[in-house]
Design a protein around this ligand. Structure first.
Ligand code: FEO
Length: 166
């Protein structure tokens, strides 16, 4: 079944959204690393790599369906934050908007009876649960840490232990 123009355009927009996320996480990583919080920096760098991986998954799927990939301009990311908590809250907003976009894509694919796209999107629906949870955990911990530098340094050490996804 040939992929529809509507789904193709939506997938191209999703590729762009994932690339924009990767860019935003890299800007967050740089912000943390400039402040000697290299654990959070590592966490953000790994997240940026994951987002690039998501963009590639969509791109490869589109090619597998004989669709046309159209890469769009990536907006300049926000590069400064009022606090570590502010940076993670920004990432939480970003993840929620990615989830909303994936749900819209899911509705669209379902409406068009494009079940191959529905099936591919299931992985992303599950992945977003994981992504939102890991960011929410960090937001909650940073709230608990409050203004205590010792707690912040401990959280930074924990963030440094994040493993690469295999
Ligand atoms: Fe690819 Fe974090 O959404």
């Amino acid at each position: 079944m040939k992929i529809s123009k509507t789904i193709q355009e939506a997938l191209n927009r999703q590729i762009n959204l994932e690339q924009a996320s990767a860019h935003a996480y890299l800007a967050m990583a740089a912000w943390f690393e400039q402040r000697a919080l290299s654990g959070f920096g590592r966490w953000m760098r790994l997240q940026s790599e994951e987002e690039t991986g998501h963009a590639m998954k969509f791109l490869e799927y589109l090619l597998d369906r004989d669709g046309t990939v159209q890469l769009l301009a990536i907006p300049e990311p926000v590069g400064s934050f009022d606090s570590p908590l502010g940076a993670f809250k920004a990432s939480q907003e970003q993840e929620r908007s990615v989830t909303a976009s994936i749900y819209e894509l899911y509705d669209l694919a379902h409406g068009e009876k494009d079940y191959a796209t529905v099936s591919m999107l299931k992985w992303f629906v599950d992945e977003q649960v994981e992504e939102e949870k890991s960011v929410a955990d960090m937001v909650d911990r940073l709230k608990l840490a409050g203004d205590r530098p010792d707690a912040l340094i401990l959280l930074d050490s924990m963030a440094a232990k994040r493993q690469e996804e295999t």
